[in-house]
Design a protein around this ligand. Structure first.
Ligand code: HEC
Length: 149
C-alpha cells in the first residue's frame, strides 16, 4: 500500500513537471508571437501597403516590439526540453548550451530599434526600419530557432 502511494506520488510529480515545462515552452512561444504580431502584422503589412500607413500605429508597434524584446533573455532562461505541441518552430538546444551567445543576439535588435525610433515619417522610412529590425531578428533565428514542420 505504502509503496503504491509513493509510486503514485512520483507519477503525479512527474506529470506536474511535464506540464510546467510545456507552460514554459508556451510562454517562450507566446513572446515570439507577440513580437511577430507587431513586426509582421503591423510593420511589414504597412510597408507592403496591405494596410494604410499610420505613423502612430507604426510607432506603437515599434514600442511594443522594444518592450517584448527586452523580455527575451529572462523568458528563455529555463530550457523546457520540449516544444509547444503542434508548433511550427521550436528552440534549438543550442540556446541553453550557449545562453550567453543567445543573449548577445538581443542587443543588436535593441540597437536597430533605437536607431529608427521616432524617425518613421513615411512608407520608405518604415520599410527601412522594418528591414533593419528584421535582419537582426534573423541573426538569432539562424542559429537558435528550429523549423519543426
Ligand atoms: C535572441 C534570439 C531571438 C531574437 C533576437 C528573436 N527571436 Fe524570434 N525566436 C527565437 C527562438 C529561439 C524561437 C523558437 C522558439 C519559439 O517559437 O518560442 C523564435 C521564434 C520566433 C517565431 C515563431 C513563432 C511561432 O512558433 O510561430 C517568430 C514569428 C519570431 N521568433 C519572430 C521574431 C521577431 C520578429 C524578432 C525580432 C523583432 C525576433 N523573433 C527576435 C529567438 C529569437
Amino acid at each position: 500500500m505504502k509503496r503504491t502511494m509513493i509510486v503514485a506520488g512520483v507519477l503525479v510529480l512527474g506529470a506536474g513537471a511535464v506540464m510546467a515545462q510545456q507552460e514554459i515552452a508556451i510562454q517562450q512561444d507566446n513572446l515570439m508571437r507577440a513580437i511577430a504580431k507587431n513586426q509582421y502584422g503591423v510593420l511589414q503589412k504597412m510597408s507592403k501597403g496591405d494596410i494604410p500607413f499610420d505613423k502612430k500605429a507604426a510607432d506603437e508597434a515599434i514600442a511594443n516590439i522594444e518592450a517584448d524584446v527586452a523580455k527575451i533573455a529572462k523568458t528563455f532562461e529555463v530550457n523546457p526540453k520540449q516544444d509547444v505541441v503542434n508548433a511550427t518552430y521550436g528552440s534549438s538546444p543550442k540556446v541553453w548550451q550557449n545562453k550567453a551567445d543567445f543573449d548577445s543576439k538581443i542587443q543588436p535588435v535593441q540597437k536597430a530599434i533605437a536607431d529608427v525610433k521616432g524617425k518613421i515619417t513615411n512608407v520608405a522610412s518604415l520599410k527601412a526600419a522594418y528591414t533593419a529590425i528584421n535582419d537582426r531578428c534573423n541573426d538569432c533565428h539562424e542559429t537558435y530557432r528550429v523549423k519543426l514542420k
